[in-house]
Write a protein that binds this ligand. Structure first.
Ligand code: FE2
Length: 362
């Protein structure tokens, strides 16, 4: 038995308003005046001056606003990297991602691809990255995905939706400032928060569970319940913003040393074929997973009702047999997720017909 030796985020600053200290954090990391900091910022903040005005640009630093209408793609990463290399005089001093899971994952992937040859699709998988990434900082503006702590960056490539999982993927620095999450719309808040809740359920009910994952998963689950089982609490509640930020962190830590499960495997299929975004996709799938996670799904339905959330229905109603096959292939390709969810003999239980029947309900 050989145990995995995982890196963790080495530096984190936590606190409301801590975003104001970003310049002090970055200054010592500047390599030269020709080596800029590149900020990847979710384009929902394009006209949000309370946020953008606090980013102070010096020398050749620049902000690139990125659209997160779609999940991050390998081609998007490759284009960003090419653009950055072409337009900078020297290798950048760092990449700073400011946004949700999509932007954080893009920032991680770009920082890796600046020092590694070829295309990002070649690195989708486990431990394929050869060279350390450049300095990269993650600043979440919505909580739940765990992208700020994870050792992966999930990308949709030409053949698969799969993460670049490597020791070089985690951020060198994370800034947790709950104030940045204050304007998250309620449905988004719920879907992304439920990503965290589902991380907990999948980790705590998985065959890979161990004391490390359990301790983080239980704490994150308690926080999620505290937040989402109270209909007086919404996205603008300051205490809940701080708690959800820490739930996301702990949920991410929980799956670092275990795995996610059925909802994630199947939602990757939806996302690959239909472009369904991660948070809402997980919710659509999880709503139909009573047989795998009876208690977790019952509580999910309770939280959904409490906050008046209505999930899209029949998104698979018009799909052809070939399209179902594509989703099933993507889902079944995520072997560690199934092994964690169902056990070593998962192939006997999770048949193509079974997955098709489940997708047909969604
Ligand atoms: Fe997730």
């Amino acid at each position: 038995m050989s145990y995995k030796n995982f890196p963790m985020v080495p530096r984190v600053i936590f606190g409301r308003g801590s975003f104001n200290q970003l310049n002090d954090i970055l200054a010592p990391k500047r390599q030269s005046i020709n080596a800029p900091f590149i900020y990847l910022v979710d384009d929902v903040f394009k006209n949000t001056t309370w946020l953008t005005s606090r980013i102070s640009l010096s020398y050749d630093d620049k902000i690139i606003f990125v659209s997160t209408k779609e999940e991050p793609k390998t081609t998007q990463v490759d284009e960003l990297v090419e653009d950055i290399i072409l337009k900078t005089k020297a290798r950048p001093s760092g990449i700073i991602g400011i946004g949700g899971g999509s932007v954080l994952d893009l920032a991680k992937a770009v920082s890796i691809m600046i020092t590694n040859e070829g295309e990002s699709k070649d690195y989708q998988g486990w431990d394929l990255v050869k060279n350390p990434a450049i300095y990269h900082v993650g600043i979440p503006t919505i909580s739940g995905t765990g992208a700020e702590v994870s050792r992966t960056t999930v990308l949709t490539g030409p053949e698969k939706k799969l993460g670049i999982n490597s020791d070089f993927t985690p951020f060198d620095q994370v800034v947790l400032d709950s104030e940045l999450t204050k304007d998250v719309p309620k449905d988004q808040w719920f879907y992304t928060g439920m990503d965290c809740y589902i991380h907990c359920i999948e980790s705590l009910n998985g065959s890979y569970l161990n004391a490390f994952s359990k301790s983080y998963g239980e704490k994150a689950l308690d926080l999620c319940k505290e937040i989402f089982l109270d209909d007086n609490i919404g996205p603008s509640n300051i205490e809940a913003q701080e708690n959800l930020m820490m739930a996301s962190w702990h949920g991410g830590m929980s799956i670092a040393y275990s795995q996610v499960g059925v909802a994630h495997a199947m939602s990757y299929g939806l996302s690959y074929l239909l472009g369904t975004k991660h948070g809402i996709g997980n919710c659509i799938v999880f709503d139909h997973l009573e047989e795998f996670y009876p208690e977790g799904v019952a509580l999910f339905k309770e939280m959904k009702a409490l906050h008046g959330i209505e999930l899209p229905q029949s998104i698979c109603a018009q799909l052809t047999d070939e399209e179902f096959e594509i989703m099933i292939n993507v889902a079944l390709g995520l072997e560690p997720l199934w092994e964690n969810a169902v056990g070593k003999n998962w192939k006997k239980i999770i048949t193509r017909d079974k997955l098709k029947a489940l997708y047909q309900k969604m």
